[in-house]
Design a protein around this ligand. Structure first.
Ligand code: 0X9
Ligand code: ZN
Length: 823
């Protein structure tokens, strides 16, 4: 990699200038250090003669960006880190500290600013490394196009979506829909007037939650500065007091590994990001390097979505929790001893770095990189938007794929965008992105029995499936019980993912349906994507006020429950048997799973794509008896669907009698209570067994609008239906508990108030529960190879959840192994 001079990238107004070393020679591009030193590169400009340090001084030729890169030379990899400092103040401008010597440090600089570029040889054998520096000019607005962007007011509104039809309608609008919501509405970010117009024209009703997001973002940033300044150490396991930068995650991970070599191993995931960054993870286990010891694997990942900073904070704090707990807390030590734990705090490194380094504007405009969600993929953008780097390009943050819509399971279905600039763009195909391939590779090569993927925001614990029409898996009771248990710690709502709205191609839908590992999405906090650190990270993690989990243990306790589940053989499967020392047992499965029928931009569908997954894991025998924790052999995708056998007949239809008169029009319910209430009773066993009820009402004109809300005897809203433009409403409740209910009818709008169009034909219809369906069973192929790598045993193994399967002496020379070897 050489210093570049005057290379035009081709984007309008986006030009790369060379560094201000006109006589730069190849030697200037090489950093050297005779020895290494385990020190943080980003904390300070070191003395030139300090051990493991080399430096270059450069002056910025632009108002714009500096990109400094390291690349290994001559095959020697080693671990070099990189930092760029402002020479005058000594403050760090940009840095990178991944595990190898492939680094990208990127941030904003001013023309004429003097900079010190510092390379630090952290460890390894590479005495030298290649340095490349680029400067990229930007307009004062921070856009590469030169067209001044008039930022508009960004706001959060709550959109009323009482029925699933409303939710689907909302999702189809292409707005930035958050996870904060409930049965009757969802919060949505409106970035500008165009968004406001889209929502207005949809006819969906909304109320303002936060009228000025930009102010909130600046306030949050100020609160964070204040908190960090006045706080020595927080109650977090690391004591951290502010959101980390990407290079801090990287550096802390390798320090955790270096300081605890038997317990912690840092690793680079298989695929570098689009911009060329390495992705780093940690494994934490007793005798950590012995990955084939047959223990169940508990995976925690953060930041698929760039702007959701608390997600990576909670993930790395969990790593500290395990490391600290291993030394100080016998209960944690016991659990860590029974499991292997993998954390990947930042899955979407490009996106996160951009969001974290951006100026806090919070206006959600195209050039508000702080609020970027997706990754940095450009391949699917139109040619005019493919140019320029991720942090400064003509399409701003609109470019990229949503890594949480790119996994193969149900890919191509509802709840994802087909458009390159949609916030939920699903990508060119299942697993088209390095981020999803990284997690796929990780989960496919180990027995990952438990997985949590962290997001913000909405105070939710979501379990599969992400789409309603998939139906719940046979494991629904297991998933629900664990989700509910964790929710009792953090005070979140525990629901199936589709409960809020449909999503396809998400992390835990793939990991669960494909491997059988129990998977969940947590949506942390309710105040925004990265609100005040003290609340969204410290309080949520430790379970202190004002978090919903205050006094209940918070996410710390929820994560410990997940760890407890991983350590519990009843929650997965176990293979037992015996094998001679040094023999390798391998479990293998390969299969095809169809995606959803692939939705096309015009609304039509194309046939599903069949995606091949291969699961491979290894147990290395220490001799004698073994117990190997594994996932069930049958994919939940084919195992069947949850349901229950009816224990009696369904209840007969209950008519709802319309009280005399018509209540006045009320567009402010429940603010104004004006309405009609009609009680009804739901019966239960032994007389009847109801799998669901539907409250149905009708009227004459679609221009008239009645809304329907249903409350239980405790006064809790249990279901509702309030669509516009129809002449009926239907509100559904599954598995309704027996008791007294009240249907409330609100007269929202009359086509002709002079002659009221009253509702009629109100009734409660009941359905029986749907019995479970059972699909096929799948086996693992279990093989045993001896010390010379010769196949000596082979068997098909079926294992159900909670089952212990004795595979006997699987390494005994078998006829099948002999036959298999000859093939
Ligand atoms: O949309 C997502 O990917 C997740 N929400 S976020 O606001 N963090 O982006 C949630 C995915 C699963 N949620 C639902 N199916 N509702
Ligand atoms: Zn998210």
């Amino acid at each position: 990699m050489a210093l570049r001079t005057g290379i035009a990238l081709g984007a309008a107004g986006l030009v790369v200038f060379g560094v201000t070393v006109p006589s730069a020679t190849a030697a200037d591009n090489v950093l050297r250090a005779d020895s290494s030193a385990n020190r943080a590169c980003h904390t300070a400009v070191q003395s030139r003669r300090a051990q493991g340090i080399d430096q270059r001084e450069v002056t910025s030729t632009v108002d714009g960006l500096i990109q400094a890169r390291l690349a290994p030379r001559d095959g020697a990899e080693g671990d070099w880190d990189l930092a760029v400092f402002d020479k005058a103040t000594g403050k760090v401008v940009a840095a990178a500290a991944a595990l190898r010597s492939r680094e990208l440090a990127e941030s904003f600089v001013k023309k004429g600013q003097q900079l010190v570029v510092q390379g630090c040889r952290y460890s390894g054998s590479a005495r030298s490394v290649n340095l490349g520096i680029d400067f990229l000019a930007l307009t004062p607005q921070g856009t590469p196009t030169g067209s001044p962007q008039q930022p508009q007011r960004a706001e959060v509104v709550r959109v009323e979506t009482p029925s699933r039809t409303d939710k689907s309608k909302l999702l189809s609008l292409g707005l930035d829909v958050t996870e904060k919501g409930d049965d009757t509405g969802v919060e949505v970010v409106l970035a500008d007037d165009a968004d406001r117009k889209t929502l207005r024209e949809s006819g969906l009703r909304s109320t303002t939650v936060d009228a000025d997001l930009s102010r909130t973002a600046r306030d949050d940033a100020a609160k964070d500065r204040e908190y960090a300044a006045k706080t020595q150490a927080s109650g977090l396991p690391s004591g951290r007091t502010s959101y980390r930068h990407l290079y801090e995650y990287e550096y802390e991970m390798k320090e955790l590994a270096r300081r605890n070599p038997k317990l912690v191993r840092a690793f680079t995931l298989n695929h570098a990001s689009v911009e060329g960054r390495d992705v780093t993870g940690l494994e934490i286990a007793t005798d950590v390097t012995n990955a084939a010891d047959g223990k169940p694997v508990n995976v925690t990942v953060g930041v698929h979505h760039a702007r959701e900073w608390p997600a990576s904070e909670h993930t790395i704090e969990w790593a500290y929790e395990l490391v600290n707990g291993y030394q100080r807390d016998p209960a944690i030590k016991g659990l860590v001893g029974k499991t292997r734990n993998i954390v990947v705090p930042v899955v979407n490194v490009d996106g996160f770095s951009i969001s974290r380094e951006a100026e806090p504007k919070g206006d959600f405009s195209r050039f508000d990189y702080e609020m970027k969600r997706k990754n940095c993929q450009t391949a699917d953008s139109p040619p005019q938007f493919r140019t320029g780097i991720c942090k400064a390009n003509p399409a701003g943050k609109d470019r990229g794929t949503d890594p949480n819509r790119n996994y193969a399971t149900f890919w191509g279905g509802n709840g994802a965008s087909t458009s390159w600039n949609g916030e939920t763009f699903r990508g060119a195909g299942p697993f088209s992105e390095p981020e999803t391939r990284n997690i796929r590779d990780l989960v496919s090569k180990r027995q990952v029995t438990n997985l949590i993927t962290l997001h913000t925001y909405g105070n939710l614990i979501l379990r599969p499936p992400g789409v309603a029409d998939t139906r719940a898996p046979l494991d629904e009771p297991v998933l629900k019980a664990l989700g509910d248990k964790m929710a009792s710690r953090n005070g979140y709502r525990s629901i199936p993912s589709w409960g809020l709205y449909d999503t396809t191609g998400t992390t835990e839908d793939w990991s669960f349906w494909t491997t059988g590992g129990l998977g969940y999405t947590f949506e942390i906090n309710t105040a925004g994507f990265h609100p005040a650190y003290q609340n969204a990270v410290v309080a949520e993690y430790t379970g202190t006020a004002p978090a919903a989990g205050a006094g209940k243990g918070g996410n710390r306790a929820a994560f410990l429950d997940m760890l407890g589940s991983a350590a519990d053989p009843a929650a997965h499967s176990t293979l037992i048997g015996s094998a001679p020392r040094g023999h390798q047992l391998k479990l293998h499965k390969t299969f095809q799973t169809p995606t959803s029928p692939v939705l096309q931009p015009d609304g039509s569908t194309k046939p599903p794509i069949y995606v091949t997954d291969t699961l491979d894991s290894t147990y290395s025998s220490t001799g004698g008896r073994f117990a190997w924790s594994v996932n069930p052999s049958t994919r939940p995708y084919v195992a069947g669907r949850y349901g229950r056998e009816p224990q009696g007949p369904k209840q007969t239809t209950v008519p709802l009698t319309n009280p005399v008169g018509v209540p006045a029009e009320n567009t402010d319910y429940p603010g104004s209570p004006v309405s009609e209430s009609i009680p009804f009773t739901v019966k239960g066993l032994p007389e009847v067994d109801n799998g669901r009820f539907d409250v149905v009402v009708q009227w004459t004109s679609p221009q008239t609008d009645w809304d329907l809300y249903v409350y239980n005897a405790a006064g809790e809203l249990v279901t509702s239906s309030a669509s516009g433009g129809t002449n009926s409403e239907k509100a559904t409740l599954f598995d309704p508990p027996p008791g007294n209910y009240t249907a409330v009818m609100v007269n929202y709008d009359q086509v002709d108030p002079a002659s009221p169009d009253d509702w009629a034909n109100g009734r409660v219809e009941f359905s029986s529960p749907v019995p479970p369906t059972y699909g096929t069973r799948e086996a693992y192929t279990l093989t045993c190879t001896n010390r010379n790598g010769k196949l000596v045993g082979i068997a098909d193994v079926f294992a159900d959840r909670g089952q212990t399967v004795d595979v006997g002496e699987v390494c005994t020379n078998s006829a099948r192994a002999n036959k298999e070897r000859r093939r």
